[in-house]
Design a protein around this ligand. Structure first.
Ligand code: MN
Length: 712
């Protein structure tokens, strides 16, 4: 890396004139002197005056060809935090726009990512929101970070590592996502230098050692390529340069190679006039040099998510070595280097903020932000989007959809349309039926099957990986959950009211419910029902009544599970903290296939899937339930054994039962006139399998006529 001379107000003006000759420089001049005054006397870790830093940051922003407001913000970005400057002064002296930008950068600067996971999520969210609000905030932040990374050597080693890691985790991917590849590459190289100095210097040394040789070689190859293109009347700018250190390092890591084993250190670039020329040039190259299979990528037809466009190919070059070639137009080149910053256009010296509407990614961030209230979910979503590699697949009509790596037909369905996603039942990939969790590959053609009866479930979250699908499914589940909680809460309250001799219907007529809601600070009765449904408040407490006496079975049940309540035994789809009871008709055991019903005033009742009683129930009240912590919970079950009445029978059977691992909580014996004994055992068992084994053991005893599970 070559040392560039320090930035100055003159060098800023000079660069600015190259892309914005009529710029009104007065604001920059003003910001320059105000920042100089504000930072007077302050020093950096390097011993230099602090003011050097904001000037360098402003110079980077000029290199990015940004507008006056961004450059002014660069100059002022550290004044609020470290000096007596206030946002009020900035607003008066400059504009609301600039004071908001400075405020945004100041807030971002306070964010660190090396705290607890939760804090990190919240901070990331703040950053994305700031970015979505005005993308220039992140441009200034990236410039700030770039200058800090360039001067990181003056920090303590511990600090170097923390800042470099954070840069590698957060800022470099953001620069990449915004397509700002030169900033991304420089950040990555600097991170490598401070995180793995040994590797960095080894690569640097080897690259410089072979420099002369390589330059000669590169020159020769570029010349040969240029000649070849000329033969076909293609005027092109051909260049070749060493890849950035970090990409060499990644290649070494990924393929477990030594530096010497990496041949394609040089990337060649062909810049031509038009898109047609790009493909023509590609044809010439492929005709002259043997292409390496699987390495051709057409990012012109299918641009990357960050708008990057180019043709990529690898060929066996003129000297029999492998070379990588990128072909693009001048316009694509500007975008490739500067990313979305290259899109900013000037209109009478005004920043055209409408341009940000073109950046679909930023728009999507805001959409998710609205859909995902939980910062952790939001972080996860953004991270997926930030770091994932994309695949490209086709609709039956040949339309292209871009999805993250690992996407399934369900992701595709959501990419087509939210409703297609919600009702997706299956898919055909390249004409073949596949399961929903099938992983798609680039180039797949996908046809989605839908049914009006289908709707999203929590399990789908495990199948999808695109942020869009996740957000859509979560929002449906949240709505369902709210609705169910509302229904449930209303019924629980009704039940509690009935114990006081009234009912919901009667109370509704005399407005008592509204008063009850207000008394407990709910904004509406619906809110109150939901709170009850979610188990946040018990209706008995609201009404100041004693909870109803539990039934005998409930007493037994409670004593057996006093430590782990029903919540931890049963999971109810979409609802946490709900009242759960086991149906008396079929008394399900852990291991039984079960189904739940939202029942009037009793929360969710769990039946075995086979229970005939469930056939009569309203299917709309059905809810998915599952056993949790299987094997850890004891459940009560009653068995009825008919046996020949022999002396010592009770002792023998008790022994058989307890040696199978079950606990007998009560036993009742009755004998009949024909010398038969009927024994009722109440047992504690942990699973259906355990019960079945025990029954088999009992039945095989010589005196036992029958053994069966009975429902209480
Ligand atoms: Mn700074």
């Amino acid at each position: 890396m070559t040392k560039t001379p320090p930035a100055s107000i003159e060098s800023i003006y000079h660069s600015l004139a190259s892309y914005y000759p009529d710029a009104d420089k007065s604001l920059i001049t003003k910001a320059y002197s105000m920042a100089q005054q504000a930072h007077a006397g302050q020093k950096r870790e390097s011993g230099e005056p602090y003011f050097v830093h904001p000037v360098e940051v402003a110079a980077i922003l000029v290199d990015m060809k940004l507008d006056i407001a961004s450059i002014v913000t660069g100059l002022l970005h550290d004044t609020i935090e470290d000096t007596s400057m206030t946002l009020e002064i900035i607003k008066q002296e400059f504009s609301v726009e600039i004071s908001e930008l400075v405020d945004g950068v100041t807030k971002l600067s306070k964010i660190t990512f090396k705290t607890t996971e939760e804090k990190q999520a919240e901070n990331f969210r703040k950053m994305i929101i700031a970015m979505a609000k005005d993308i220039r905030v992140i441009f200034v932040k990236l410039a700030d970070r770039l200058n800090n990374m360039r001067t990181l050597e003056f920090m303590s080693q511990a600090k170097q590592k923390i800042i470099a890691q954070e840069t590698l985790d957060i800022y470099a991917p953001i620069a990449n996502r915004l397509g700002m590849s030169s900033i991304k590459m420089e950040l990555e190289d600097l991170c490598l230098r401070f995180l793995h100095p040994d590797i960095y210097y080894k690569i640097a040394q080897k690259i410089s050692k072979t420099k002369k040789e390589r330059e000669l070689f590169t020159e020769e190859v570029t010349h040969i390529i240029d000649e070849k293109l000329r033969e076909y009347d293609i005027i092109a700018l051909v260049t070749g340069r060493a890849k950035h250190f970090y990409s060499i390092y990644r290649k070494m890591e990924r393929r477990k190679l030594e530096y010497e084993q990496i041949f394609d250190i040089i990337a060649y670039r062909i810049i031509v006039e038009s898109i047609t020329e790009c493909y023509k040039a590609l044809g010439v190259i492929h005709a002259a040099y043997k292409p390496i299979p699987g390495r051709f990528k057409d990012y012109i037809a299918i641009p990357k998510a960050n708008s990057y466009q180019s043709l990529h190919t690898s060929v066996i070059g003129p000297h029999g070595e492998r070379i990588e070639i990128q072909i693009r137009t001048q316009e694509m080149h500007l975008v490739a280097e500067g990313g979305i910053a290259a899109y900013w256009k000037y209109k009478e010296g005004k920043f055209d903020s409408k341009q940000s509407g073109n950046i679909a990614w930023v728009d999507r961030l805001l959409e998710w932000h609205k859909a995902l209230q939980d910062p952790n979910e939001f972080l996860e979503t953004v991270k997926i989007d930030l770091f994932a590699e994309d695949i490209f697949v086709f609709t039956p009509k040949g339309e292209i959809k871009q999805l993250p790596h690992g996407a399934t037909p369900l992701d595709f369905a959501y990419a087509v349309h939210t409703d297609v996603g919600h009702h997706c039942t299956g898919a055909r990939v390249n004409g073949k039926m596949v399961p929903l969790r099938h992983r798609l590959k680039s180039g797949d053609s996908i046809e989605i099957e839908t049914s009006a009866l289908q709707s999203p479930s929590k399990d789908w979250l495990k199948i999808v990986c695109s942020s869009r699908a996740k957000a859509k499914i979560r929002s449906v589940i949240k709505t369902q959950e709210r609705q169910r909680a509302g229904i449930l809460g209303k019924e629980l309250l009704d039940k509690a009211l009935r114990t006081t001799g009234t009912s919901l219907n009667k109370q509704e007529k005399i407005d008592v419910l509204q008063q009850l809601a207000e008394k407990h600070s709910f904004s509406s009765t619906e809110d109150m029902y939901r709170a009850i449904g979610y188990g946040k408040i018990a209706p008995e407490n609201m009404l100041d009544i004693k909870p109803p006496e539990p039934t005998t079975m409930e007493k037994i049940f409670r004593s057996a599970t006093h430590k782990s309540d029903t919540h931890s035994i049963i999971q109810v789809a979409g609802i946490d903290d709900v009242l759960i009871r086991f149906a008396r008709c079929c008394t399900p055991l852990p291991g039984d296939t079960i189904t739940g019903f939202i029942t009037r005033g009793r929360g969710v009742t769990v039946h075995t899937a086979q229970c005939t009683k469930t056939l009569d129930m309203d299917p709309d009240r059905r809810i998915d339930v599952a056993w949790a912590n299987q094997g850890l919970i004891k459940r009560h079950v009653r068995t009825r054994i008919v046996a020949t009445d022999e002396p010592g029978l009770l002792a023998t059977l008790s022994h058989l039962i307890s040696s199978s691992g079950s606990n007998i909580t009560s036993a009742l014996v009755r004998t009949t006139k024909d010398r038969k004994a009927i024994l009722l055992f109440d047992l504690e068992v942990t699973s259906t399998i355990q019960l079945q084994k025990m029954m088999t053991t009992l039945e095989s005893h010589k005196d036992v006529i029958s053994a069966e599970r009975v429902h209480i």
